[in-house]
Design a protein around this ligand. Structure first.
Ligand code: COA
Length: 155
């Protein structure tokens, strides 16, 4: 496990770094939609949690989850490339899943690019199931896969 890792809610001072990480690590090849103003709006949205992982105080990763009536939707998740495979992504997901359960929500949904083998392996390892392939989900020629986890099943 990682020493000195803290998971908690993002602060306004994290916005630019989160937006830049989204642009460079998640939205590459697409239009930049998660700009700083949109991240700021997410911080203030009562139906959204922006969680960050800090390693020795430095922002190492983040995840954004939107809560609906009876399910939650993971909008973004990324870990700094230099800090991967140390359990930070797992720790972020565990925090977000625990928060969903606390809110009475047992179903998490998300999407990934079909070509993102790393993310698909990550979610599989965490107990997520691939539900459906969606051609062109991310634009022409950029297929996606819908992924979900029923948190009640592991109780
Ligand atoms: C997906 C991502 C968040 C994983 O973060 P991470 O901190 O490296 O993940 P963890 O260290 O917690 O990995 C947990 C387990 O997932 C699996 N896993 C993680 N990355 C993997 C990879 N590249 N290949 C295969 N399995 C992987 C492993 O089983 C791993 O456990 P192990 O290291 O003990 O074998 C990170 O790779 C990332 O930021 N990718 C770019 C952004 C992205 O694709 N986001 C998701 C969009 S839907």
């Amino acid at each position: 496990m990682i020493a000195d890792l803290e998971i908690g809610l993002a602060r306004p001072g994290d916005v630019r770094r989160i937006a830049t990480m989204s642009r460079d690590l998640i939205e590459q090849g697409l239009d930049w939609r998660w700009t700083p103003p949109r991240i700021t709006a997410a911080l203030h949205d009562p139906a959204v949690n922006v969680a960050v992982a800090r390693e020795r105080g430095e922002l190492a990763g983040f995840g954004i989850m939107q809560y609906k009536d009876d399910e939650a939707h993971l909008l973004l998740l990324a870990v700094d490339p230099a800090r991967r495979r140390k359990g930070i992504g797992r720790a972020l997901m565990q925090w977000l899943e625990a928060t969903a359960l606390t809110a009475g929500i047992g179903l998490i949904r998300l999407e990934a690019r079909t070509g993102n083998a790393e993310a698909r392996a990550f979610y599989r390892k965490l107990g997520y199931l691939e539900i459906k392939s969606v051609p062109g989900l991310y634009g022409p020629g950029e297929d996606g896969v819908r992924i979900a986890k029923d948190l009640w099943l592991r109780e």
